[in-house]
Structure formats: structure tokens, C-alpha cells
Design a protein around this ligand. Structure first.
Ligand code: SF4
Ligand code: SF4
Length: 509
């Protein structure tokens, strides 16, 4: 059964190794200090024990390196991709241009009026995440989440500078010396440098990348760019350098509700207790495992875990499904010539079948995966269809309220409106204007060509146009009260048209 309660209990092995008590961040207090009395807070919360994950190699580790390089490569390099959109348009492939209120993604250009596409993309991403979790467990957490990816990178940097697990534990316990201070300074400066790259890449998604580099290098970036650059540098440093697994355990809401997406056929990291127990250390030269479990209680699986848990206690909220414990345990199994997979990436259903020595395997096709696939196909289909057929011409109308109408000296009645046209093409358009529902004797659009009831509008390329419109009806055609009308603009070259509804107001009789 999945235990979803957050627990960060001290690792008994670490507790035994450390002869002096730990502070709240895991650093040692002086052994000369008297042991701290348990306070009120100590009774409520387990003390934080910092994990010191050991480096490991194996299939999951390799896969994590590949995803790390691919994802970081995309994140850092994508702002430099170019996409030709014609003269006057930004040539950055992925860009959120806040001043111009546009978002560009290769050939797709999103206007503020189309922000629902971004909502649609978020919905599709959420369904993909739910489907992936239902099928493969917390693969997002273990391999692709930005917290995991940057923490992984920072842990690697830390291991390269301070050494692997034991060396880091010893360094943190050792008194402050010049060598220790030097290592800590180099490590934190490297973290901050990675933070600079991360913050720099982030602001490049909102500004032209080469321009931003020049501005940051010459300290001439604007206040927003500078603020977000330092904000993302700082959050990268804090989240991956300090918060690490605590972000997953205490801050991430997804860790809390992902249990609802898992069932007995979801792939998760599991320990085969039926095969591993009773666990016991191996005596020197022992090769016979009859009458005992295959777990040699070496704690290699705990030592490599980035969240510091013992997967042998069962599935836990803290487990991000990274699979590093599988790599560690497989290496131990190889050493003792035991079958691999004591800790494995498997479903509870398949594991239960193996434990009972009956046939049984993971079912990937099941009602919930069908439902996710259907919802995904429906939402994705609607998104693609609406993107492919969306209008690049728009019209809005605002009726003048004060006064609602004006009676002219010849008895005719005039209404005035503000027209807002939306030309999403990168070329000027000459549009034909028409009114349906009434037959005006005169259409006037200020600054535009008009003849009797017909008018033409010239709208600039890639912009919202605003025009003042007057409609005049002769006295004998003036409606009583108001009459519904439809205003229409048509591009004779492309055949596109846009409509807006309003009223023509006359006096009550
Ligand atoms: S228990 Fe294993 S899979 Fe889970 S977080 Fe720890 S190392 Fe990763
Ligand atoms: S790595 Fe394998 S053998 Fe060692 S303690 Fe963990 S489960 Fe047992």
C-alpha cells in the first residue's frame, strides 16, 4: 500500500556513524556541547537529516543523464533558434513578447485574444502528465521535473568538488579549515554560475536572446530583465543548492495527489520483500543464500537515494521514481551472483503474481488509460483543428452611448460607433465594409473611403485598427426603439470575413 505521509526520519547508519548530534541542517555541533534537550518542536517534527546521495552507475543513471542533457540542452539553447517571419517581425523561434503582447512558437503566433490556446496547451500537458503517471508512475518527478534535473546537476557538481558521499559527510563534520572553506566557496560559486545561466536563459524567452546577452554583459539590461534574471538565478541556487528533496517532499502539490493516478498496474519502484526478506548481512565468503532473503542489508539503495529514504519500507511519498536504488541494488546482486531485480521498476500486480508464483503481468491497456487517451485525443484534436482554421481577421464594435442617437435637421437619425479591427496578417489589407439588418442612406468611416451605403477600410499590417463609424437612416426607415444590426468586414483577396452584432437606436414612438 502506498504510504503518502511525509517522513524524514534519520538514517540509522548515518546516525550511528556520526558521534555528535546533528543541527537542523545536518551540520555537526561540537562534541563538547551538551546534548540538546528535546523541545516542544522536537516532539512534533522529526529533525532534518541531510541526505548525501552516493554516485551510482547503471541503466537508470544513464537514462537520467540522457534526459538531463537533452532537457537542459533544450532549455539553454532554444532561445537561440531563429525563425524567419518576414520583415519587421521578431525572428526568434520561441518568444513571449510582452510589450507587443504576442507569443511566438515557430510558425504559430498567439495574440492576446487567443490566450485560450495557452490554456489548452496547459490542459493537454496536464492530461499527458496524468496518463504518464498512470502508466509509468512518477516518471515526471524522477526524470523530467526541473527540480529533479537541476538538483541532479548540482549534486554532480557537489560530488566533483567535495567528493562522493563519505567524503562529503566527513567534510561537513570536519572543523573549518582553509581547504574546507575553499571547497565550499568553489562549490557555491559554481552553483551561482549555473544559476546565472538559468536566469539568463529564462529572460531570453521574453526578449531577443543575442540582445539580452549584450545587455547583461554590459550591465545595460532594463529593470524587468534584470529583476527576473536575478530572481531566477537566486531561485535556482536556493531550490537546487539548498531545498533539493525538501521541495519534492514539502512544497510540491503534485507529490500529494499523484497517488490518485496510480493503481496496481502502474509501474513504480518496488522492493520484492517476498524475495529479499529475511534480510541479513553476508558473512565473509558466504555464497549460500538458502533459508534467508536475498537482501544483504548493505544499504546501498538508501545511500544513493536523492531523497534519503529506504524503499524497503514500501512505496512512499518521498520516492520520486528515479530508479537509482535499482541500479545500486542490481550491482550488489551481481556481486553475489544473485538474480537482478530485488528492487525493480514494476507494477504491484506483476510483483504480487511473481510472489505467488503464478502467471500475471502489468496491464497497460485498462479503463483509465483509455479514458486519458480519449480525453487527450479530443482536446488535442480540438486544439489542432482550431489552430489550423483560426481567423486572422477580427471585428469588434462599441456603440456610442451618450447620446445613443442624433436626429438630424432633415429628420434622419444617426448612430455612431467605434470599430476595432484585428488584422493578424503581416500585410496591409483593404477591407470592404457592409451593414446587415438596416439600409443606411449614408455610411461614414472617418478617414476612409465611403460612397452611400458602401465603405472601404484600410487596416495596417499586424495590428489592431480603431475607426469612428457613423450610420445614418432616413426618417422613413428609422426603427421604433432599436433594431439589431450586423456589421461585416470582408477581405476580397482572401475571402475572410469578420462580423460583429449591435443595434441601431431610434426614438421610442
Ligand atoms: S527510493 Fe529509489 S526510486 Fe525512490 S527516490 Fe529513492 S532512489 Fe529514487
Ligand atoms: S541495495 Fe539491495 S541488497 Fe542492499 S540493502 Fe538495498 S535492497 Fe538490500
Amino acid at each position: 500500500m502506498t504510504d503518502l505521509s511525509p517522513r524524514r526520519l534519520p538514517d540509522p547508519e548515518e546516525a550511528a556513524k556520526l558521534s555528535t548530534p546533528l543541527t537542523s541542517r545536518g551540520a555537526m555541533t561540537s562534541s563538547a556541547q551538551p546534548p540538546k534537550k528535546a523541545g516542544f518542536a522536537d516532539g512534533l517534527y522529526a529533525r532534518y537529516v541531510k541526505p548525501y546521495p552516493r554516485l551510482v552507475s547503471g541503466t537508470f543513471r544513464r537514462f537520467k543523464w540522457i534526459t538531463l542533457f537533452v532537457l537542459l540542452g533544450i532549455y539553454y539553447l532554444a532561445p537561440f533558434l531563429r525563425w524567419d517571419r518576414g520583415p519587421g517581425a521578431p525572428d526568434q523561434a520561441i518568444l513571449i513578447d510582452m510589450p507587443a503582447r504576442r507569443a511566438y512558437f515557430f510558425f504559430i503566433e498567439i495574440w492576446p485574444q487567443e490566450v485560450y490556446y495557452l490554456t489548452g496547451i496547459l490542459i493537454v500537458a496536464a492530461i499527458v502528465l496524468f496518463a504518464a503517471t498512470s502508466l509509468f508512475g512518477r516518471v515526471w518527478c524522477g526524470f523530467a521535473c526541473f527540480q529533479t534535473v537541476w538538483t541532479d546537476l548540482f549534486l554532480w557538481v557537489e560530488a566533483k568538488i567535495e567528493g562522493d558521499r563519505t567524503a562529503r559527510m566527513q567534510l561537513d563534520r570536519a572543523p573549518w579549515t582553509v581547504a574546507k572553506l575553499g571547497k565550499k566557496i568553489v562549490k557555491h560559486l559554481t552553483f551561482i554560475l549555473i544559476g546565472f545561466f538559468t536566469g539568463g536563459a529564462w529572460v531570453m524567452y521574453f526578449n531577443d536572446a543575442p540582445t539580452v546577452i549584450g545587455e547583461l554583459a554590459t550591465f545595460s539590461a532594463g529593470p524587468w530583465t534584470t529583476t527576473f534574471f536575478f530572481l531566477f538565478t537566486f531561485t535556482t541556487y536556493i531550490m537546487a543548492g539548498w531545498a533539493r528533496e525538501q521541495a519534492c517532499i514539502y512544497m510540491c502539490p503534485y507529490a500529494r495527489f499523484q497517488g490518485a493516478m496510480l493503481d496496481e498496474d502502474s509501474l513504480i519502484i518496488t522492493y520484492e520483500a517476498w524475495r529479499g526478506e529475511p534480510r541479513a548481512p553476508v558473512a565473509k565468503g558466504q555464497t549460500d543464500f538458502a533459508g534467508r532473503g536475498h537482501c544483504v542489508d548493505c544499504r546501498a539503495c538508501v545511500q544513493v537515494c536523492p531523497t534519503g529514504i529506504d524503499i524497503r519500507k514500501g512505496s512512499q511519498l518521498e520516492c520520486i521514481n528515479c530508479g537509482l536504488c535499482v541500479d545500486a541494488c542490481n550491482a550488489v546482486m551481481d556481486r553475489f551472483k544473485l538474480p537482478r531485480g530485488l528492487i525493480r521498476y514494476d507494477s504491484i500486480a506483476a510483483q504480487a503474481a511473481r510472489a505467488a508464483k503464478r502467471p500475471g503481468k502489468t496491464r497497460f491497456l485498462r479503463p483509465r488509460t483509455f479514458i486519458y487517451a480519449l480525453v487527450l485525443a479530443a482536446v488535442g484534436g480540438v486544439m489542432i483543428a482550431s489552430l489550423a482554421t483560426r481567423d486572422r481577421l477580427g471585428l469588434n464594435v462599441i456603440h456610442e452611448r451618450s447620446p445613443l442617437f442624433v436626429r438630424l435637421s432633415d429628420g434622419s437619425v444617426r448612430n455612431s460607433y467605434t470599430l476595432k479591427t484585428l488584422n493578424m496578417l503581416r500585410q496591409e489589407r483593404r477591407l470592404e465594409f457592409a451593414v446587415e439588418g438596416i439600409a443606411p442612406s449614408q455610411v461614414t468611416i472617418v478617414g476612409q473611403e465611403a460612397e452611400g451605403a458602401r465603405a472601404k477600410l484600410v487596416v495596417g499590417a499586424d495590428r489592431v485598427g480603431e475607426f469612428r463609424l457613423f450610420l445614418t437612416l432616413p426618417a422613413d426607415r428609422v426603427p421604433k426603439g432599436s433594431a439589431p444590426i450586423t456589421l461585416r468586414i470582408t477581405d476580397p483577396q482572401t475571402g475572410e470575413e469578420a462580423r460583429a452584432r449591435d443595434i441601431f437606436a431610434g426614438p421610442e414612438r
